[in-house]
Design a protein around this ligand. Structure first.
Ligand SMILES: Nc1nc2c(ncn2[C@@H]2O[C@H](COP(=O)(O)OP(=O)(O)O)[C@@H](O)[C@H]2O)c(=O)[nH]1
Ligand SMILES: [Mg+2]
Length: 225
């Protein structure tokens, strides 16, 4: 008899992720699973987002890392509740890891939870964590061929942050061609070209995020940013 361990593992992850999702809904917390290669700028993007958001929204962060707590220390400096998950070499977070740390947050008081996944364009995309949206940070320094080489991550995402546009003149990336490639993989993607370093292009992202955070019946923009 051949047992498909991979399928069994995914089935059990889906069950845990569904429980997580139910808990998030019960507490009206929106959850973003932030994906991308090592060095794409996930933590920098999160820092920029938190700086804009935490004036008006209560946000928590889970930092997934292979070995260190460096990113969690960066986030803690912003006064945001942050929990570090150390995967001890594991290449992705899974639903059970998230479930295990949820008791460390006061979910009832949060409006948004951002989970920075382990830097990797392959494994994290197959593990549902219970999030509302997967958001991918892709930097132009990685080269323009990454979406077509790693389509799965982009297929399941709601938005792609095209980061480091300040470096475009030093790369051979054609921004319009990159956008077309992304949309040919997933026509529903929201695309946000930004520079976290130069603080460029972030306003449309803040507006999109704010629209996701709106509660049923709430006026658009009632929180402001
Ligand atoms: N030039 C440039 N560098 C950036 C930008 N955003 C992040 N970086 C740099 O890219 C490196 C990796 O950033 P980090 O946020 O740690 O990436 P992560 O591994 O995806 O979390 C750091 O040296 C950042 O300063 C950007 O918009 N432009
Ligand atoms: Mg990081």
């Amino acid at each position: 008899m051949i047992i498909d361990l991979n399928r069994k593992m995914m089935e059990s992850n889906d069950t845990v992720a569904a429980d997580n999702r139910q808990k998030f809904r019960q507490h009206q917390v929106k959850v973003i699973n932030l994906l991308g290669s090592p060095g794409a700028g996930k933590t920098s993007f999160l820092e920029a987002t938190l700086a804009a958001l935490t004036r008006n929204y209560k946000v928590g962060v889970i930092e997934g890392d292979l070995a260190t707590a460096l990113d969690a220390e960066r986030i803690a400096k912003l006064g945001v509740p942050v929990v570090q998950i150390n995967t001890k070499g594991g290449c992705h977070l899974d639903g059970a890891m998230i479930r295990e740390v949820l008791s460390q947050f006061d979910l009832a008081s949060l409006e948004l939870l951002v989970i920075e996944n382990v830097g990797n364009l392959v494994c994290p995309s197959t593990f549902d964590l219970g999030e509302d949206h997967k958001v991918v940070v892709l930097s132009v320094a990685e080269g323009g061929d990454k979406p077509v080489k790693y389509p799965r991550t982009f297929l399941e995402a709601s938005a792609v942050i095209i980061n480091k546009i300040d470096l475009l003149p030093f790369t051979d990336v054609d921004l319009e061609a990159l956008k077309n490639d992304l949309l040919s993989i997933n026509p529903n993607l929201e695309l946000f070209p930004v520079s976290c370093r130069e603080k460029q292009g972030l306003t449309p992202w803040y507006e999109w995020l704010q629209a996701q955070l709106k509660l049923p019946g709430e006026e658009p923009g009632s929180h402001g940013l």
